[in-house]
Design a protein around this ligand. Structure first.
Ligand code: FE2
Length: 215
């Protein structure tokens, strides 16, 4: 993918109906941060921060959003080898940043909606809840905040900061909340520029398996 391709304005459907719909967004993630790096010294710092949150890259990192998703999926695969839905959720958890750029507070909801019909309610819930899982962890584990990347710490403000006591109870009671926290912890450990992981192609069969279980 060229830099020009990466920044081409794209309109995506609200919901993916095929694996290819999903792959189009994931492939766009492969170029997102490259283009952003080219603009790193530009005045558009807010967009830069959105991209860093999408990629999870540190201030000086060289990590695409796809690298981040692949690393997140790989972390989850290592820890939960039988958890295909959890792994796939890790792969796609930040696609909302591509689907609706500039709205980090909505990326979980947008991404969850996109994959729900294709990958099922559990994957959709994990994608949606990974945002509040960050707010949950910041509340219940005060040291967690120190593990957030700069971009993630900044978007935490737009996302509502730490959950309140009442919201902690509400979040914890949700179905899949515990797995969303597992995903979130993997998310924070999936931001290592240059870490070798399986490529996107290695996930095609697993995506098909998860999708076929929904159909
Ligand atoms: Fe992430």
């Amino acid at each position: 993918m060229t830099r020009g391709d990466a920044m081409t304005s794209t309109t995506y459907p609200d919901q993916a109906t095929t694996i290819e719909d999903l792959l189009v967004v994931l492939r766009a993630e492969a170029g997102a941060f490259d283009e952003d790096e080219a603009d790193a010294d530009d005045e558009d710092e807010d967009d830069d921060e959105d991209e860093r949150e999408a990629a999870g890259a540190g201030e000086d990192g060289h990590l695409t959003a796809l690298d981040h998703g692949l690393q997140c999926a790989a972390v989850l695969r290592g820890e939960h080898p039988d958890g295909l839905e959890l792994q796939v959720a890790g792969l796609v958890h930040d696609i909302g940043h591509r689907l609706q750029p500039g709205a980090p507070e909505l990326h979980g909801v947008v991404g969850g909606r996109y994959v729900a019909g294709l990958l099922g309610d559990r994957v959709a819930a994990l994608v949606e809840l990974h945002v509040d899982a960050k707010r949950f962890l910041v509340k219940v584990e005060p040291s967690y905040r120190a593990h957030l990347s700069r971009g993630s710490a900044q978007t935490l403000i737009a996302q509502g900061e730490a959950l309140s006591d009442a919201e902690v109870v509400e979040f914890a009671a949700k179905r899949h909340a515990a797995d969303a926290v597992v995903l979130r912890r993997a998310d924070e450990r999936a931001k290592v520029p240059g870490r070798p992981v399986a490529p996107l192609e290695a996930w095609f069969e697993i995506l098909e398996r998860v999708a076929s279980a929904v159909a």
